[in-house]
Design a protein around this ligand. Structure first.
Ligand code: ATP
Ligand code: MG
Ligand code: MG
Ligand code: MG
Length: 565
């Protein structure tokens, strides 16, 4: 690639709105450009990196026996109704109608589509187990897209799904996937940890998240200082002995059952009209009926929501005044599920005193249902959880817990028969009986990995790509090519030779000052710079600059290929 025929798009200035280093560098190095909130165009250099990540993920999936497929991003609502998630999923699910007014969603994940596929394509136990994957664009209408592609609304995910007759078989595939994930992150050259995560009702160690360790990570991870134990903070807290678990603070403790009744019996069409329910506070006296105020927001204006429209179970019920809103707006609760409450806690980070809580509640964008609601929607802040977890003995029995920050780049999950049951996905067994399948799902944030890799690999000059995902393997930087025929000839010949050898080389044929060229290549993170200058040509040498070590050395032109062995 010649820079004269390429879109380099580097920028000197650090964009003011970009909070984390990877976002800043992705913009400055010309990897992505923002189109709208959470939506990005991948520029050529960024796309090269993205494709390399994708290739490693694809190769390891194939090696693990997972078969590639490709499902549509737009999915019919009836599949989601069948699974129950049309109502359960909440506002991250973008819903739309086609010209015939038929409802669709933009896929945030693909359990429904794949379960439907398997239910029609697989009919006999002989065809099982089977695992399929795709690498595809997902859409989640994240409430707060941020950190560039790290938390986009549209992003690239590898998602895989496996189907089995028995939980034992599922566990075997789960282990194969676990190992494949470890290989993927090793090949990517990232410092990562698998951590135990919650898998809801199934229990056990049926779910793991894979985290890239970085200070800028949105998640807290609990490690034992003397064993392999690692869990996300919520799981670590859940594993802590009962007596030591964090309790919600009183003020926001809301009587679970009453609120559930309130939602269920409301004559407002909550699931379709209300985007945010803001619980402003509940009585500290602990009595069920004393929800102080509930504001419904969304397509309804605040004024449309009259106290008399709401059921009487929660009386005395008053609508909040603006003053109250601003005073106690510390807990946004989104998503009304069909079975009462299905609640996600999002916190307004602009309220400085809530920053800790924001980390705790929002980090995993958990949906809280049923019994968990009271515990989790009460103000248990991250500090309370840390207090329970940090320095306690590790739940594994060995060592003490230390907490580090991580970026969730992968998540694997033993789902059981939740979707297969709801969507009637079964096969005939050897005995001729119909049996519902059990299922696993396995996600990797392909585009998030690009940002996570930068968080771990950069210096003040720019990105220092791990070799496996660098956009170019080398750049040729000729000094004063316009003035020296010898430099031009040598650089061209070198370019030809490296290209012939199948290497991805950026030939910097711009008429720029050397300083500008070096700054760009350091920013982009090209691992090896080959500097062709008049001075060294008498001895048939060129200068080699190593981006990772920063070392400079001279090498005979004829030996250049040895750099890439
Ligand atoms: P998070 O906790 O960060 O919101 P998640 O738990 O909702 O992620 P999963 O449903 O487990 O995400 O999806 C699998 C993977 O997809 C995640 O591990 C992550 O790497 C990636 N991912 C999820 N949401 C986003 C996003 N908004 N932007 C980029 N990548 C994402
Ligand atoms: Mg998560
Ligand atoms: Mg999420
Ligand atoms: Mg996850």
């Amino acid at each position: 690639m010649r820079t004269s025929q390429y879109l380099l798009s580097t920028q000197k200035e650090t964009p003011a709105h970009a909070e984390v280093i990877s976002h800043q560098l992705m913009l400055r190095a010309g990897l992505v450009r923002n189109v709208a909130s959470g939506l990005y165009t991948w520029l050529p250099t960024g796309l090269k990196v993205l494709r390399k990540v994708e290739t490693i993920v694809r190769e390891e999936m194939q090696r693990a026996g997972v078969i590639e497929t490709l499902m549509p991003m737009v999915q019919p609502a009836d599949l989601w109704e069948e699974s129950g998630r049309w109502e359960d999923y909440g506002p991250e699910l973008l819903r739309l109608n086609d010209r015939h007014n038929r409802p669709f969603v933009l896929g945030p994940t693909h359990e429904e589509v794949i379960t439907k596929l398997i239910s029609t394509e697989i009919s006999s136990y002989k065809q099982l187990p089977i695992s399929l994957f795709q690498i595809q664009t997902k859409f989640r209408d994240e409430i707060r897209p941020r950190f560039g592609v790290m938390r986009g609304r549209e992003f690239l995910m590898k998602d895989a799904y496996s189907f089995h007759l028995s939980d034992d078989c599922l566990k075997q595939t789960y282990q194969i996937m676990f190992d494949a994930y470890c290989r993927i992150f090793e090949r990517l050259g990232l410092d990562f940890r698998p951590v135990i995560a919650d898998n809801g009702s199934i229990g056990g160690e049926g779910s793991h998240e894979f985290h890239v360790l970085a200070e800028s990570g949105e998640d807290d991870i609990a490690f034992s200082d003397s064993s392999d134990f690692a869990a996300n903070i919520e799981k670590a807290e859940a594993l802590a002995p009962q007596g030591e678990r964090a309790e919600p603070t009183q003020e926001i403790k809301i009587e679970e059952l009453k609120l559930e009744r309130l939602i269920k019996t409301s004559n407002l069409d909550l699931k379709n009209t209300v985007k945010t329910i803001l619980v402003l506070g509940a009585s500290a006296e602990g009595e069920a009926e004393k929800i102080v105020a509930l504001v419904l927001r969304g397509d309804h204006e605040l004024n449309d929501v009259k106290a008399e429209n709401l059921p009487s179970v929660a009386s005395p019920l008053t609508l909040a005044t603006d003053e109250q809103v601003s005073a106690v707006a510390n807990c946004h609760i989104t998503s009304v599920g069909p079975k009462g409450l299905n609640i996600e806690v999002i916190v307004d980070r602009s309220a400085a005193h809530l920053s800790d809580f924001a980390c705790g509640a929002n980090v995993n964008n958990q949906s809280y249902t049923g019994v968990n609601w009271q515990r989790d929607c009460g103000e248990i802040n991250i500090q309370d959880i840390r207090n329970v977890v940090e320095g306690d003995p590790s739940p594994c029995g060995e060592g003490k817990i230390v907490i580090k920050r991580g970026i969730e780049v992968g998540h694997i999950f033993q789902l059981g028969d939740k979707y297969a049951q709801a969507m009637n996905c079964g096969v005939l067994t050897e005995e001729g009986k119909n049996q519902t399948l059990t299922m696993g799902c396995y996600g990797i944030g392909v585009s998030r990995i690009v940002a996570a890799a930068i968080e771990q690999n950069h210096d003040k000059y720019g990105i220092k790509w791990p070799k496996a995902i660098a956009p170019f393997q080398a750049a040729i930087v000729p000094m004063n090519m316009a003035k020296s025929a010898r430099v031009k000839e040598t650089a061209e010949a070198l370019y030809e030779k490296l290209q012939q050898a199948g290497l991805e080389v950026l030939f910097d044929d711009r008429k720029e000052r050397p300083g500008v060229m070096f700054a760009d290549h350091e920013l982009i993170g090209t691992p090896i710079l080959l500097v062709v200058g008049e001075r060294n040509l008498d001895s048939q040498q060129i200068e080699v600059k190593d981006r990772i070590s920063g070392e400079k050395s001279l090498i005979a032109i004829d030996d250049v290929m040895s750099l890439f062995k």
